[in-house]
Design a protein. Structure first.
Length: 297
């Protein structure tokens, strides 16, 4: 059993817990936070989380921003993190949980390139260790406020994402990533909301539009001008208004909205750009637009 600790955090202090899949970029996130002035502790056993936050609360502001990186190198101790987080909540400590993710294919490639075994693979294959780790950390991914999928990110992209999420005073506005994708390549694992725009006629079947993408004006005009597209976008934006208000009440600051069509080239790209443009007009919302599968054909 994990011991209980009284750890009441001063209002101005911040606590971030970083966890997730091995190879998904935890070290990169730790370095990015450290560069911003966070006090970073890596590979912390879950049982030490209580004493560390208690020390933070008694530091009288000398450790205003604490980031703790926890991973499966703790092996059998790692499942205790759920108890440790529950104890923080019971002690009045507010924290943000960040989960780093990546696809199995990308994780395997990263381990092979680094010529290092997965910490849980034992005598098996790398993919066996990844499967075990997903089983161990799945509940943490569901509980995380922020899920970052680094599958298509370089270390510099991931560091920039962290810098945007954790400014000097912490995130004070909603940060919304609107992402286009193709259903034939699978659902984005980090999507909080998924919209399906395959109901829109496909420009793929228009010969002069087929080689273009949703970033081109001709395709965008075609997609946005179809019957039902404008109503869909307008109603979807209205549906998001109470969601954003709920996020603010629950102290959540980040969400990914994924918009999918068949291949992620035409309809989803044009709709994503328009949604991003309209969302940027919302008060206290910062929007980024990305296209996961553009160029994969």
């Amino acid at each position: 059993m994990t011991a209980e600790y009284e750890a009441v955090k001063p209002p101005e202090s911040e606590l971030v817990i970083v966890t997730g899949m091995s190879g998904a970029g935890r070290t990169t996130v730790a370095h990015a936070l450290e560069d911003q002035g966070w006090y970073v502790v890596e590979n912390l056993p879950p049982a030490m989380l209580g004493p560390l936050t208690e020390m933070m609360s008694r530091s009288q502001g000398s450790i205003p921003k604490l980031a703790v990186v926890m991973d499966v190198r703790s092996k059998e101790m790692f499942p205790e993190i759920r108890d440790a987080l529950a104890n923080l909540t019971a002690g009045g400590v507010k924290y943000r949980l960040v989960y780093l993710n990546a696809s199995d294919e990308v994780l395997v490639r990263r381990f092979e390139q680094g010529r290092r075994p997965h910490p849980l693979q034992g005598d098996g294959r790398i993919v066996d260790g990844i499967t075990k780790e997903r089983g161990i950390t799945d509940q943490l991914r569901e509980a995380a406020e922020i899920v970052l999928d680094s599958s298509t990110m370089s270390v510099h992209d991931l560091a920039r994402a962290v810098n945007e999420l954790f400014s000097e005073s912490g995130p004070i506005i909603l940060r919304i990533n609107v992402m286009s994708f193709g259903f034939k390549y699978g659902l984005p694992t980090d999507a909080n909301y998924v919209a399906d725009v395959r109901f829109i006629p496909n420009p793929h079947w228009v010969p002069e539009l087929r080689p273009q993408t949703g970033q081109d004006k001709e395709v965008s005009d075609y997609v946005l001008g179809q019957e039902g597209t404008s109503d869909f976008i307008e109603n979807y934006l209205k549906a998001l208004e109470p969601v954003f208000e709920g996020y603010r009440r629950e102290n959540k600051h980040y969400a990914t909205i994924a918009v999918g069509c068949t291949g992620g080239k035409h309809r989803s790209v044009a709709t994503t750009i328009e949604l991003g443009r309209r969302l940027a007009q919302f008060p206290n919302v910062r929007v980024s637009v990305s296209h996961r599968d553009l160029g994969r054909e």
